[in-house]
Design a protein around this ligand. Structure first.
Ligand code: HEM
Length: 312
């Protein structure tokens, strides 16, 4: 029979592979979704959202197959990892994280059935958020099977880090709404959207992810402008709170490397957002912006785990 240590090492290795695969899935999905939406298409901006009105779908056949193969393999691996965490006796907190990861993968498999229809904003929204949480949970499983699982008895707390991570999640949700509602083109200027610096009263309804999307959002549309402005304000507040929380975390020896990585990702993420707008919504920059957000959230969670485990 395997010793506890050997079991933990095996779980950690499986979770590492799952984290890498989840990250790859996020990258491929972002490419499929954003190229399908028409970022970087010929005839920009008229070609944006052509898919919604029955226009041609960019040729991404091989990429779609790669996505399916990677996602199917990850699902099998998630089953195997959860089983290893639970049998013969559950190893906590790894078992909880691996089971939640498996449940999310099953949910996303069902959502995938509806996401073929681009008019369902909620399916795109859940896909973007779900991909981010996939990476988060698989990385949490890696940490839970490693030395960090001393964090089961937290010794420190950081209000700023918690607030910063909460705002980061909100910023990601607002970015996901811009993508899912085909609202990129509503605001191609910086720092505000034309003369608008705050959402109009008629724009707040765009926060509803369950509305059906008929066409791409028009330039200056109140709903699209509201999403862009809120996304930018939340991003700025995240930069401030998570930035200060990260700088404070540099003082804890165990969290220093993770905090440095998180701070670097935070700056890169912000710069990618600005560059995406300045470039007129370049496909490559928009994909990098979506993928970096996922890495940033996972890095932020790692800082939190390490700060909590640091000696008081
Ligand atoms: C902490 C900072 C930020 C985070 C975490 C973040 C996160 C995200 C996420 C997750 C998306 C969805 C990507 C996708 O559809 O795959 C997104 C979209 C977007 N973000 Fe950000 N963002 C941040 C800052 C910014 C800034 C500062 C700007 C510009 C000033 C910006 C502009 C955009 C635009 C234009 C999109 C829409 C791209 C599209 O899907 O068509 N973001 N953001």
């Amino acid at each position: 029979m395997e010793t506890h240590g050997v079991r933990l090492t095996r779980i950690r290795n499986l979770a590492l592979l799952l984290a890498a695969l989840s990250f790859l899935i996020v990258l491929i999905s972002a490419y499929i979704r954003l190229s399908g939406a028409g970022l970087g298409c010929d005839g920009w901006p008229d070609c944006y959202g052509q898919l919604l009105v029955g226009g041609p779908h960019p040729h991404v056949g091989a990429v779609r197959i790669l996505h399916r193969v990677t996602a199917s393999f990850s699902l099998l691996l998630a089953f195997y990892t959860a089983w290893h965490c639970i049998r013969p006796d559950p190893i906590q907190p790894a078992a909880r994280c691996a089971t939640a990861l498996l449940a999310l993968m099953i949910l996303l498999t069902f959502v995938g059935i509806w996401s073929a229809d681009p008019h369902r904003a909620w399916a795109g929204f859940i896909n973007i958020l779900g991909g981010t949480v996939l990476v988060l949970l698989s990385w949490r499983t890696v940490l839970a099977a490693g030395p960090e699982h001393a964090a089961a008895t937290p010794r420190r707390s950081s209000a700023l880090l918690h607030a910063g991570l909460g705002l980061l999640a909100l910023t990601i949700a607002l970015g996901a709404l811009i993508g899912a509602r085909y609202a990129a083109i509503a605001c191609p200027t910086l720092p505000g959207c034309g003369d608008a610096a705050w959402p109009a009263a008629t724009g707040w309804s765009a926060l509803n992810p369950f509305a059906s999307v008929a066409t791409a959002t028009a330039l200056g549309d109140d709903g699209g402008v509201a999403l862009h402005l809120l996304h930018r304000y939340c991003a700025l507040t995240t930069l401030l709170l998570l930035g200060i929380g990260g700088l404070q975390a540099l003082a804890h020896g165990t969290a220093r490397a993770s905090a440095g990585l998180m701070l670097a990702l935070l700056l890169v993420q912000f710069a990618l957002g600005v560059l995406t707008v300045m470039s007129g919504f370049s496909l490559g920059l928009a994909v990098a912006h979506g993928v970096c957000a996922t890495a940033l959230l996972a890095a932020g969670m790692q800082v939190l785990v390490r700060v909590k485990a640091a000696p008081a």
